[in-house]
Design a protein around this ligand. Structure first.
Ligand code: NAG
Ligand code: NAG
Length: 441
């Protein structure tokens, strides 16, 4: 295994040195007769992966993630590092800036999600770590926000780096936090991770589970009214609404509310493998080009358990994608690996260096170059452009003033300090009047 990997690296270095350019390659082609054709497609069209948990790996294994960034250009543990990304022809990706669901790190948000958690610190630190990657590797990586940024990065042969937030537990119940994440360039928000939030209901059933959902807590097990406002605000901000992980009713309602195309950043088809992380047919039927359909996209995951635990192969992933395409159209499929967020990928797609195998399989199945270019990234770029278009359409709307109705921290009388020493006399009078009113109620 190690020797094979080393061999890939050596071969790659020889190619780089010989041609002075980055050239994707795969050490063990799935369909050798299509290897050249696949490489030419990877050189011509960007391949974009919508879900890579690389920053989480840094947080999981480094004492000081920021001082470890140089390791990205070596063999870094997990499914991705820069040499393997180059070898696989990866052109860009959404990298998650993540905090796990609070219970996973021993924090209980409580029944109304009001107990403080460290989520926002984890998100901001992860975003700063991603910023650091680009500072350390400016010749290899480029921070991108729009579809045209991605095209520009591809021209420059740099990896287009975008950011996704996986789960609204990371918003601390606040649309204002979401607006600030958007200013920092967050490209999508998954409406839940494996836990419910004050915005939306989750389907549970993430990596490590065999397909069980989690007990509902919100009436209707879908979006809350705060979640409805969030979807509208995401449309206004031009942030993509991601429906991987959410409950089926959250998905249906979010599609109903959203004026922009939605995405599933890493999910498969439930008709191919009956797992709650995959999208059922009746929801797939809400996506497509027909009138009344949402023009969104399902980007297929590589996690063995979601694909088919008895036949976890690349070909089986393509079965998922072809099923989704049969319901929604080939313009509504794409790739979202979940690399570094899954214990095991599928055979033939063991890590990021194997993307040429995926392309070969589509050539083998008779997809045209245009259709494959769409699957690789063109369809996603179209969705990004449409989301940007909706943002422009809504540019005269003001930011939502909605706040979570169960919040208890506002007004924050205790901010007045000891004996209200921080407060001017007239502010003090307001506080005293408010306290009196509160005590009377
Ligand atoms: C869709 O939205 C409309 C209008 O807001 C609402 O009346 C309807 O119940 C919604 N349907 C679903 C499935 O959420
Ligand atoms: C695994 O899936 C592939 C793709 O559908 C299929 O060709 C193959 O026969 C399957 N293998 C088994 C053992 O079911």
């Amino acid at each position: 295994m190690f020797h094979q990997f080393l061999f890939t690296l050596l071969t790659f270095n020889i190619l780089v040195n010989a041609h002075g350019a980055q050239k994707p390659l795969s050490s063990t082609p799935l369909h050798p007769q299509h290897a050249e054709h696949a490489l030419s497609l990877l050189e011509k069209y960007p391949l974009i992966d919508t879900h890579i948990d690389l920053s989480a790996t840094f947080r999981t294994i480094e004492r000081n993630p920021w001082s470890a960034v140089h390791k990205l250009d070596l063999a870094y543990p997990g499914h991705i590092d820069l040499p393997r990304a180059r070898a696989g022809g990866l052109a860009g990706g959404f990298f998650t800036a993540n905090a796990p669901c609070p219970k996973a790190v021993g924090q209980d948000p409580g029944p109304d999600f009001l107990n403080p958690t460290d989520s926002i610190q984890h998100v901001l630190e992860s975003m700063d770590l991603i910023r650091k990657w680009i500072e350390v590797f400016p010749d290899q990586m480029k921070r991108c926000r729009t579809a045209s940024d991605v095209r520009q990065a591809f021209e420059e042969k740099k990896l287009a780096v975008m950011i996704g937030i996986e789960g609204t537990h990371q918003l601390s119940n606040s649309l204002a936090v979401m607006r600030m994440y958007a200013e920092l360039g967050v490209g999508y928000v998954t409406l839940t991770h494996v836990c419910h939030s004050s915005f939306a209901s989750s389907n549970g059933g993430g990596a490590g589970t065999s397909g069980s959902t989690i007990p509902p807590i919100h009436p209707g097990n879908g979006l809350t009214s705060l979640g409805v406002d969030l979807v509208r605000e995401l449309n206004r901000l031009g942030v993509m609404v991601d429906l991987s992980h959410v409950s089926d009713d959250t998905a249906r309602q979010a599609i109903n509310v959203s004026r922009a195309p939605v995405i599933w950043s890493h999910s498969g088809a439930r008709a191919v493998n009956n797992h709650p992380r995959n999208v059922p047919d009746d929801i797939l039927d809400m996506i497509g080009d027909k009138s009344g359909q949402n023009r969104g996209i399902v980007l297929s995951v590589l996690y063995s358990i979601f694909i088919d635990k008895d036949n976890a192969t690349l070909a089986r992933v393509v079965d998922h994608i072809e099923h989704i395409a049969s319901r929604c159209g080939k313009a509504h499929v794409g790739l979202g690996s979940d690399f570094n967020g899954i214990g095991s990928s599928v055979l033939g797609m063991e890590d990021v260096s194997k993307w040429p195998n995926m392309i070969q399989e589509f050539i083998h199945r008779g997809w045209t170059d245009d259709e494959i270019a769409g699957l690789m990234g063109g369809n996603l770029l179209r969705v990004m452009e449409e989301v940007e278009y909706v943002k422009n359409q809504l540019s005269s709307e003001s930011a939502s003033t909605t706040i979570y109705e169960k919040r208890k921290d506002l007004p924050a009388h205790e901010w007045g300090g000891p004996n209200m020493a921080y407060l001017a006399d007239d502010v003090k009078e307001v506080v005293i009047a408010q306290k009196r009113l509160r005590d009377e109620l």
